[in-house]
Design a protein around this ligand. Structure first.
Ligand code: HEM
Length: 308
C-alpha cells in the first residue's frame, strides 16, 4: 500500500508545493525574499562604500552597554537610560536653536523646534511603560552595582532644565570633577532661558513687560510677576491681534505639560520599583521627586488661564 505524500510548507505557495521540493542533488529553491532583493536592485556589496552602520557609528553605539552585574534585567535599565540621553541630546539641540530663533524674531522656525521637543518629551513619557515591566526584586538584584550613580547626575537633563528656566545653582555640583561637563552645564546656567527670550519678544512686539523682568539676572530662579501675567492676558484676550505670541504661549504650555508628565511618570515608576527607599544619588527618592513636581517653569502662562 502506498503512503500519502507528506506536505511540507504551504501547498498553495510557489516554491513550497510538493512538486517544488528539492530532491537529491538539485539546488534548494530560492527564498522568495532573495528574489525581491535582486529585483529591487538593493546594493549588497559595501566593500567600497559607507553602510548604514558606518554612518550611524553603530559599532560604538551598540558596544556602549556594559552591565556590571550578571543580572538579565540590567540591560533594560541601561538601554532605557541611554536612549533617554540620546533623545535629550536632540532636545537640547532643538531647544538651543528655538531660543536663538526667538531671540532673532524667527518664530516659524522656533515653533517647529518647540513642537518637536514636546513630541520627544511625550515619547519619553510613554517609554516609562517599558521600564515599568521591571519588578522590585529584578531591580534590587543589580542595584548595589550602581553605587552612587543616578539620573540626578545627568548633565544633559540639567542643561534642559536650565534652558527651560529652572536655574538651581546647586545642580552644577555633580559636574565639578569634570571641567568639560561643568563648562557645558555652566553655559546653559548663564544663558537666558526659553522663557526669558519669550518675554523679551513680547516686549519687542509692544506688549508691556516689566523692566525688572526684562533686566533680571538670568541665573537667578525665575519669580512670577503680576506684570507678566497682565502681558500674557493682553495676548490671550485677543489672539487674532497677537497670533504668533499666542501660539508661542501655547507651545510653551504644551512643553511644560509634557515635561510635567515625564516627571510624574518617573515618580510613579520609581515608586513601584523602589517604594520609599532612598535614591542611589543620595536623596530621599520618591519624596525628592515629589518636590520636583512642584517646579513651575512658566507660571504666568498657567495663571492667565484663570483670567480668560
Ligand atoms: C529603575 C529605574 C529608576 C529608578 C529607581 C530611579 C530613581 C531615581 C531617584 C530615586 C532619583 C532621585 C535622585 C536620587 O537620589 O537618586 C532619580 C533622579 C533622576 N532620574 Fe531616575 N530612576 C530610574 C530611571 C530613570 C531613567 C530611565 C531616567 C532617564 C534618563 C532617569 C532620569 C533621572 C533624572 C534626570 C533624575 C533627576 C531628577 C531631578 O533632579 O529632578 N531615571 N531617579
Amino acid at each position: 500500500m502506498s503512503l500519502p505524500p507528506i506536505h511540507r510548507g504551504h501547498p498553495d505557495r510557489p516554491g513550497h508545493s510538493e512538486d517544488a521540493e528539492p530532491a537529491g542533488d538539485t539546488q534548494p529553491a530560492e527564498h522568495q525574499g532573495a528574489g525581491i532583493v535582486r529585483e529591487e536592485g538593493a546594493k549588497l556589496d559595501f566593500t567600497e562604500s559607507m553602510t548604514y552602520g558606518d554612518y550611524l557609528h553603530l559599532d560604538e553605539v551598540l558596544a556602549a552597554q556594559h552591565p556590571l552585574s550578571p543580572e538579565h534585567n540590567e540591560l533594560l535599565f541601561i538601554v532605557q537610560h541611554q536612549t533617554s540621553e540620546l533623545w535629550m541630546k536632540l532636545m537640547l539641540h532643538e531647544l538651543g536653536a528655538a531660543i536663538t530663533s526667538i531671540a532673532a524674531d524667527d518664530l516659524s522656525q522656533a515653533f517647529k523646534m518647540l513642537a518637536r521637543v514636546s513630541r520627544i518629551m511625550e515619547q519619553l513619557v510613554d517609554a516609562w511603560d517599558v521600564l515599568a515591566t521591571m519588578t522590585p526584586s529584578e531591580y534590587a538584584a543589580f542595584r548595589p552595582y550602581l553605587a552612587n550613580s543616578s539620573g540626578f547626575q545627568s548633565w544633559q537633563y540639567r542643561q534642559i532644565e536650565y534652558a527651560l528656566g529652572n536655574k538651581n545653582p546647586a545642580m552644577r555640583g555633580p559636574h565639578r570633577h569634570r571641567p568639560d561637563l561643568l563648562a557645558a552645564v555652566e553655559a546653559s546656567f548663564q544663558a537666558p532661558s526659553l522663557y526669558d527670550e519669550a518675554l523679551r519678544l513680547l516686549a519687542r512686539r509692544g506688549i508691556p513687560v516689566p523692566a525688572v523682568v526684562l533686566e533680571r539676572d538670568v541665573t537667578a530662579p525665575y519669580v512670577a510677576d503680576a506684570g507678566v501675567t497682565t502681558a500674557w492676558e493682553i495676548v490671550y484676550r485677543d489672539p487674532d491681534a497677537h497670533w504668533e505670541l499666542y501660539q508661542l504661549g501655547e507651545e510653551l504650555v504644551d512643553l511644560e505639560d509634557a515635561f510635567r508628565l515625564w516627571r510624574f511618570r518617573h515618580l510613579t515608576t520609581v515608586a513601584r520599583i523602589i517604594g520609599v527607599k532612598r535614591g542611589t544619588g543620595g536623596t530621599s527618592g520618591v519624596g525628592y521627586l515629589r518636590k520636583m513636581l512642584d517646579v513651575v517653569l512658566f507660571p504666568e502662562l498657567w495663571e492667565v488661564r484663570a483670567l480668560i
